[in-house]
Design a protein around this ligand. Structure first.
Ligand code: MSP
Length: 509
């Protein structure tokens, strides 16, 4: 029985090193995976690399290397980025691994045995940068509409998957299970596309050999996308560990960029239905990071390496910024200026300042110990805000509305800072008669910080840990579980806090 929340990133082409567009997908998945773990769910978070196909083979050729040497060389350049971005993946699959190749051959053989695959001839345009067959009508001056580069003409004997046969099944699926494709606008696009009719899909090539051999006719190698999509089942144990596969599949979320939605929302479900497997629960397509109004890409030489930003902003601000700045699901632009502004306003002056002020006052007025408020149950205004945060955060995270979830946190930081200004503990401290009120306001502020650490932990795990440590909480943050850890009043009076360094540096404009 399925008992695991299963979330995947696309697997990335290793023709080059990553840029911040790739990191955007992966960070979003990491936030969701961490949130689910925080809820106490068993999570399987998968990422990996897409290593076959012409795009990778040509990149290797340009370096004068065979593809295997090249992919082995470039792989660490991907893993180092995920490490610095605090990506908590549970597994990393490479499509060149035996544990992938063998089950892929088994699955495709199954489709062949079921009569879903036939031999035919393919003639038409192909974009190697997309690794995608194109139709004449979508080309712009003979170029790929996404990459702006010339397409190639293919004419060869290929095996075909009978995709066209699945038109009605797919349309029924979109209707019966609207959550399969999200956001809604994307579902409408996909539905319209399928209504327009589907062509059978060429799934093999004979003109190059960097791919998985077709088991019944090894002159052919598998079309890279047919190989790649199956990473989602092979890593989950298909063809190797039936028990784990049952506990994991279907995927709860395939997170993808909108450029690769059709592969995931049309071809992939059709392949799965053809093979008698369940289709994923949700394919979510996010937008693009744009440069000059176009998709950031290495092909167009507009790719920014994540390290260029990480060195300056640090990992927490990095993770926070992209989710907060670009409404999740839509396209958006990155700018150095807006990243500095947001980081200073919301992190250094917002959350960071709140933390240091509260802890400094607790140090001055209560020797650094969490005070006992006169009535711990009476939370007051800040407690109402915290309840709203908990409700909104959960609702938006479950719905994959990441920008709104981050927004709920930002709103609560503002509320807590406002509360501090209005309660003005520094004034209360002057008058011994106000000792109870002083204890109340600082207890409430500390409790707000504890809750912020909890809710911020999927987004900025490092900053959350530092807040937690400064609060001196005895149990590790990793052991905190929602909804309990998110309820007001959990903080125990008497704990010794530990003032630390400021959470976020203030950056020069
Ligand atoms: N290898 C395929 C995916 C196979 S999944 C079975 C692939 N790889 S990719 O490296 O080109 O892209 C991977 C992901 O990065 C896609 O989701 C894509 O949308 C995302 N991004 C690449 N450039 C991007 C931006 N400029 N902005 C946001 N995401 C973008 O496609």
């Amino acid at each position: 029985m399925k008992d695991t929340f299963y979330i995947t990133t696309p697997i990335y082409y290793v023709n080059d090193v990553p840029h911040i567009g790739h990191a955007y997908t992966t960070v979003a998945c990491d936030v969701i995976a961490r949130y689910r773990r925080l809820r106490g769910e068993k999570v399987f978070f998968l990422t990996g690399t897409d290593e076959h196909g012409q795009k990778v083979a040509r990149a290797a050729e340009e370096k004068g290397l065979d593809p295997r040497t090249w992919t082995d060389q470039v792989l660490p350049r991907w893993k180092e980025v995920w490490e610095r971005l605090d990506i908590s993946y549970d597994d990393f699959i490479r499509t060149t691994e035996v544990r992938h190749i063998r089950p892929v051959q088994e699955f495709v053989q199954r489709l062949y045995d079921r009569g879903e695959i036939y031999l035919g001839t393919y003639e038409g345009p192909y974009c190697v940068f997309c690794e995608e067959f194109k139709i004449e009508a979508e080309l712009i001056d003979g170029n790929c509409p996404i990459h702006g580069r010339p397409v190639e003409r293919i004419s060869e004997d290929n095996y075909f998957f009978q995709l066209s046969r699945f038109q009605d099944d797919l349309l029924r699926l979109y209707q019966e299970r609207p959550e399969l494709v999200a956001p809604e606008q994307r579902r409408n696009e996909v539905t319209a596309f399928v209504k327009g009719g589907l062509q059978d899909l060429s799934i093999s090539r004979t003109s190059f050999d960097w791919g998985i051999p077709i088991p019944w006719d090894p002159k052919h190698v598998m079309y890279v996308w047919v190989d790649a999509l199956q990473n989602y089942i092979t890593a989950a144990g298909f063809g190797s560990d039936p028990e784990r596969f049952q506990a994991t599949w279907p995927a709860d979320v395939h997170m993808v960029g909108k450029d690769i939605l059709r592969f995931h929302a049309v071809i992939w479900p059709a392949m799965l239905m053809a093979g008698g497997l369940e289709v994923p629960r949700t394919v979510f397509a996010h937008g693009w990071l744009l440069v000059g109004g176009e998709k950031m890409s290495k092909t167009k030489l507009t790719g920014i390496h994540p390290f260029d930003l990480l060195d300056h902003f640090g990992v927490d601000a990095y993770r926070y910024y992209f989710l907060r700045e670009v409404p999740f699901g839509q396209d958006g632009s990155f700018s150095w200026e807006s990243m500095v502004t947001r980081s200073n306003a919301e992190l250094a002056n917002g959350l960071g300042n709140l933390t240091s002020r509260v802890l400094a006052m607790v140090q001055s007025y209560f020797d650094g110990v969490v005070p006992e408020p006169p009535d711990r149950g009476a939370g007051g205004r800040l407690a109402d805000g915290a309840a709203r945060l908990a409700e909104e955060f959960e609702r938006h995270m479950v719905a994959l509305e990441l920008t709104e979830a981050v927004g709920a946190v930002a709103e609560f930081v503002r509320e807590a800072n406002r509360y501090l200004v209005e309660a003005a503990p520094w004034k209360l401290a002057n008058d011994p008669d106000h000792r109870g009120e002083l204890a109340h306001s600082l207890y409430a502020s500390l409790e707000a910080l504890r809750l912020l650490a909890v809710f911020v932990s999927p987004i900025m795990p490092g900053a959350a840990r530092r807040i937690w440590e400064q609060l001196g909480l005895p149990e590790p943050l990793d052991a905190a579980r929602l909804p309990d850890a998110g309820r007001w009043g959990g903080l125990q009076p008497g704990i010794a806090t530990r003032r630390g360094e400021s959470l976020f540096p203030r950056l020069e404009a």
